[in-house]
Design a protein. Structure first.
Length: 645
């Protein structure tokens, strides 16, 4: 049972000021020293505002409200209620009529082959699966049911309707091998593989046909999914990201909800028998090796309802996880990716630990600072004492420090190996400071680091550089925590809060997040420059940070978005961990002049990226923009194509 004091402390983090994206040269306490010395004053000054807000909330709304909010942070979940489903995910009679009209107007009517692998014909879920195909609004499909059991076939034949589009096949061979045999006897342009726990929404195949008409080169189409119990109650909605290659190497987020172009399936050899329980993950990995990423399409509608089982939600079998890792290992070997595959921290998914080049590239770790010696010293010593990556230099950029102790420290440390001190004598401009430092660095890798962090794991830089050297990656971000172990930053989604927001802010360290995304390497639209690694050539290619329009706020997000415009990926890894305390050295940024500057920069950013804000490709249109990230949107931002006529 969680105690009331614990809830209050957690709530203090829950209601802290959301200023993460605007703090730059702001500093973090060297936490361990301050705690050892008993100097808690600076932390108390930051926390006191949170406790004051807590007190007001307690007075206005009561302890129960605070406890509910804190518990929500401890056990985040999407509230997926019937009202939302009826309003935003159901089909009305008018919708059905419009869809049928729309189907007739489609320029191309692809045939879908649905292969249903049957393990137990007596299962109550089997009937729902077959019925969901028969009830499809899109008529051009063929259903092939395969089973090893002759008794099962007898039950199936007695159940299925008399429909020429349905065939029942029985082979005395392994279940996965049956799928391949059935594939050879069907003719559809696209293939959908289902199991008896699946039930497609009535408009599932229609939506896929719409996608194919909109994107004729589409070769792999996947959809969102949820779970449904034996009382038809739906839960656990998986609102997926658009194409996310690094996430796919961490988990099979495509799931059992994909359609594959037939010629690609046959070209790669079809479904393989040695990957039982992960055969579709293996198939997807082999197919994407031969595809343009633009041919991978995501439909952000819940179009597959899988039967709810404890195995699906709580813990997958060891054999399924092992089969996925074998499939992933072979994918790495085929594509020439060097690295080892390990278990994710929860053990349910995967970590790809990439291998560095034989000659590790030099890294310039750029640290802007102004006074606040204890903070700077803590950051520098943390890097030097902890980091196991050897080929780096620390470049401290002094922005008009006046404290005598700081100046003495800078003079002394500048003479030490692997450390340089640059002087930037103009007014504070975070973008200009980093651009200035990058111009004076010759290393091929730049690591932008605030003077307010402490390194946690010794291989943080190794991990980040292993991604930064990938030619398809433009920038890499880290996992940042508050000093009490609460997550501060785990990637950035744009649009939330009107501009952008840190993911999973306020969750406890070790939390897995929404469908385990807080523990997995993946792609995001942006990462914070409190700890950002990028290749120098990429930094130069996009012109560095915008020092004219975004001097302090949102320049890191803008940088990442401009990098993405050039076709690069932004990768975030939870395996580079640092502590971070925002704005300790710059204060709370609340002066009239600073507030006006922040509003200008916010307005500029919103105007510059207006088209992207409502549709971050790594954040579902079914998730909220006006509340915390990864909570259900009051009204989805999805497009219903049947309503365009």
């Amino acid at each position: 049972m969680t105690s009331v004091p614990h809830l209050l402390l957690r709530a203090a983090v829950t209601f802290q000021p959301q200023s993460g994206l605007m703090s730059k040269v702001g500093a973090e306490n060297p936490f361990h020293r301050q705690y050892r010395a008993g100097n808690l004053r600076s932390i108390w000054l930051k926390r006191s505002a949170w406790f004051l807000r807590l007190w007001r909330l307690w007075r206005e709304r009561g302890l129960l409200y605070i406890a509910q909010r804190a518990l929500k942070r401890l056990t985040p979940a999407i509230r997926y209620d019937p009202t939302w489903i009826r309003s935003h995910d159901g089909l009305t009679a008018r919708d059905i009529e419009q869809i049928r009209i729309r189907i007739e107007k489609l320029g191309h009517h692809p045939v879908f082959t649905v292969i249903l692998s049957l393990s137990d014909a007596s299962s109550p879920t089997f009937g729902a699966t077959v019925k969901s195909i028969v009830m499809q609004l899109y008529p051009r499909w063929e259903l092939c049911i395969v089973s090893q059991s002759s008794a099962g076939i007898a039950l199936v034949e007695a159940f299925i309707p008399n429909d020429p589009r349905i065939a029942v096949l029985s082979y005395n061979i392994d279940g996965v091998e049956q799928i391949g045999t059935a594939l050879a006897q069907t003719t559809g342009e696209f293939v959908v593989f289902l199991e008896q726990e699946d039930a497609l929404a009535p408009h599932a195949l229609y939506m896929m046909a719409e996608e194919i008409n909109t994107w004729p080169d589409a070769s792999l189409i996947y959809v969102d999914e949820d779970r449904i119990d034996n009382r038809s109650r739906r839960s656990h909605p998986h609102f997926k990201t658009d194409w996310n290659p690094d996430l796919l190497l961490s988990q099979d987020y495509l799931g059992n909800s994909a359609a594959f172009r037939r010629d690609l399936v046959t070209a790669v050899g079809g479904v393989r028998t040695e990957f039982v329980r992960s055969q579709y993950y293996d198939l997807a990995l082999r197919i994407i090796e031969h595809m343009n990423p633009k041919a991978i399409r995501h439909i952000p509608f819940v179009l597959n309802h899988r039967a709810l089982t404890d195995l699906d939600i709580v813990e997958r079998s060891d054999s399924a996880v092992a089969a996925e890792r074998r499939a992933l290992r072979e994918h790495l070997d085929r594509t020439g990716i060097h690295g080892t595959i390990e278990a994710s921290r929860s053990g349910r998914h995967h970590r790809l630990r990439r291998q560095l080049p034989k000659q590790s590239p030099q890294v310039s770790i750029i640290i802007p600072t102004r006074d606040h010696l204890e903070l700077l010293r803590g950051t520098v010593e943390s890097i030097r004492d902890t980091t196991n990556y050897s080929n780096y230099e620390i470049v401290i950029v002094d922005n008009q420090s006046v404290d005598s102790a700081t100046l003495l420290y800078l003079a002394r440390i500048g003479d030490q190996p692997q450390v340089r001190v640059l002087r930037y004598d103009d007014a504070f401009n975070y973008s200009a400071i980093n651009n200035f430092a990058a111009h004076h660095c010759t290393a091929s890798i730049l690591a932008l680091v605030n003077n307010d962090v402490l390194v946690i794991n010794d291989d943080w830089l190794t991990e980040m550089v292993s991604h930064a050297v990938r030619p398809e990656v433009g920038a890499v971000g880290a996992m940042l925590y508050y000093p009490d172990g609460i997550i501060q930053h785990a990637g950035i989604v744009v649009g939330v809060g009107g501009v952008a927001a840190n993911c999973y802010r306020g969750l406890q360290r070790g939390s897995t997040g929404y469908f385990s995304r807080a523990e997995l390497i993946q792609n995001y639209s942006a990462v914070t420059a409190a700890c950002l690694v990028t290749r120098a050539e990429v930094f130069a290619e996009v012109g560095g940070f915008d020092e004219t329009n975004l001097k302090v706020a949102f320049n890191d997000v803008d940088y990442c978005l401009r990098v993405r415009e050039r076709g690069y990926l932004i990768t975030w890894t939870p395996y580079a961990e640092l502590y971070h305390l925002e704005s300790a050295s710059r204060g709370d940024d609340v002066s009239r002049e600073e507030s006006a500057r922040f509003r200008r920069e916010q307005q500029y950013f919103a105007k510059r990226w207006l088209d992207l804000l409502p549709r971050d490709p790594y954040y579902s249109v079914n998730l909220s923009l006006d509340r915390d990230a990864f909570t259900l949107a009051r009204v989805p931002r999805s497009h219903r194509p049947w309503l365009t006529d």
